[in-house]
Design a protein around this ligand. Structure first.
Ligand code: SF4
Ligand code: ZN
Length: 467
């Protein structure tokens, strides 16, 4: 089937990484532009492959070029609703090619071609041909397929704008429905190939964290291929409306995560947040010192208020782990009326990159919009705090009341006096990945008094052991 392709094509190459030293060229990615788009058309010339712009052999080693991947498909039973889900498979299928690496989705794609692939004679034309074969194999509903690869800057630019319009139409449609309007949600395990315990729960109010799949897309996919990676999840009984917890969602996630994840809160970063694979558009992270939540997306290059960049944070919370205080999310979810509603929604957001703020501006309640700092207002905790104080961000009230709410008796856990400067150990404080630094004082009356400075106690029970 792949006789014409000069490099191997197999799912076994899916995890292949092409590092800078081994890279011939980079296509799209953070330093350039790019997009991928699948379109269902009435008529498609089957097998047609077109390259618009320079081929690989016209590029120089180390170059970065823009990239557009347009896949046009036709089939009697192909619905437009399937476009999103078929498009999402571009990532996986491109990675079957030895020497070609594809990351992310939509207009965030980032690809690399290895030196070995180029030496073997691999061209973009082969990428297009391989995709045409693989898509047809994966989706028998596709009768004809044509693939266009673009590398010419102006052509890609125009293509990215068109693709963005398409993405927006898809996203807007899903905004009309709410979680309450439906009886079934959907699960997706497409990312289990590299995040084995990750299960996405896609609901009308929570599009998938990769930002590429919404509830309608899933419905179409599950109907087309009930045995596939996207499946129906009956909600079951509502356990908590605000947190977004349902009996059967828990049961299905537990089963599909091989027993690793027992509960999921769809709309919170605390206790049982949604797991994160690695393709999230952004991460929401708890900042204990401010008792607030920050958001950072993969396009943001600087340091976050936690003192680490996006990449390091993604490393801590991806791979299918459920890490309290962190959750991967799509930018579209930030437009949802249920966006982190259990945590206080935008009133709890204390920092986010300017670019995201602009993208979701209309969905941030007006009275808080100017009170949320971006990197332009500061990235250190000190800078952020003074901005929040200057603008009167509601988080300040929260910090005050939450400190006042912690009754002192609960904090006196040992009768024995602890010497000044003595150490105590804390257990069961489920904020493990975040620096948690209470200030300790030892009252003369004995007992250990712990002052949680600028932090709220999230544990229901804090066990203090004397060392
Ligand atoms: Fe599916 Fe979630 Fe992966 Fe998107 S991020 S492909 S919805 S498992
Ligand atoms: Zn993923």
């Amino acid at each position: 089937m792949f006789e014409d392709i000069p490099v191997d094509v197999s799912p076994m190459y899916e995890g292949e990484r092409i590092r800078a030293a081994n890279m011939f060229v980079e296509l799209a990615g953070p330093k350039s532009r790019g997009a991928e788009l699948v379109q269902v058309e009435e008529k498609v010339e089957d097998g047609k492959v077109e390259i618009m712009g320079p081929e690989l052999d016209a590029m120089q080693e180390g170059d970065i070029h823009p990239l557009g991947i347009l896949v046009e498909i036709q089939g009697e039973h192909l619905e437009k609703e399937l476009e999103g889900v078929i498009e999402r498979r571009t990532h996986e299928l491109c990675n079957y090619i030895k020497g070609f690496m594809h990351l992310n989705q939509r207009d965030a794609i980032w690809c690399r071609v290895s030196k070995e692939a180029l030496e073997a004679g691999f061209k973009l034309e082969h990428l297009a041909k391989t995709l045409a074969i693989l898509f047809k194999e994966e989706f028998p509903l596709i009768e004809s397929i044509a693939v266009t690869i673009m590398t010419e800057p102006a052509t890609v630019e125009e293509f990215v704008s068109k693709a963005n319009e398409e993405y927006q139409t898809r996203d807007a449609r899903a905004r009309e429905l709410s979680d309450e309007d439906v009886d079934v949600f959907y699960g997706c395990v497409m990312c289990q190939s590299f995040a084995p315990t990750h299960v996405c729960v896609v609901t009308p109010d929570r599009t998938a964290l990769c930002g590429a799949i919404n509830w309608f897309d899933c419905r179409a996919a599950a109907k087309m291929d009930p045995e596939g990676p996207i499946f129906e999840v009956e909600k079951g009984d509502l356990i908590d409306n605000i947190k977004g917890e349902y009996t059967n969602v828990n049961a299905v996630v537990n089963e599909k995560s091989q027993g690793t994840v027992e509960r999921v809160f769809l709309h919170s970063v605390f206790e049982y947040p949604h797991t994160s694979c690695g393709c999230f558009e952004a991460v929401a992270f708890y900042i204990p010192e401010l008792d607030g939540i920050g958001i950072v997306d993969r396009d943001f290059n600087g340091e976050t208020p936690l003192g680490i960049p996006f990449s390091a944070m993604a490393g801590q919370c991806s791979g299918g782990k459920q890490v309290e205080g962190f959750t991967g999310l799509s930018l579209e979810y930030m437009r949802s009326p249920k966006f982190l509603q259990a945590d206080g929604a935008f009133e709890r957001i204390v920092w986010l990159p300017k670019e995201i703020k602009d993208a979701v501006e209309d969905y941030i309640p007006e009275d808080i919009r100017d009170k949320i700092p971006t990197e332009e207002d500061g990235t250190t905790l000190k800078e952020i705090r003074s901005f929040l104080e200057e603008k009167g961000h509601p988080i300040l009230e929260r910090i005050k009341t939450s400190q006042a709410e912690v009754p002192e008796e609960e904090l006196i856990v040992e009768e024995e006096a602890l010497e000044e400067g003595g150490e105590i150990e804390m257990e069961d404080v489920p904020m493990a990945p975040v620096a948690y630094a209470p200030e300790l004082t030892v009252p003369s009356s004995g007992g250990v008094k712990i002052i949680f400075k600028n932090a709220k106690v999230y544990a229901e029970k804090v066990i203090i052991k004397k060392k």
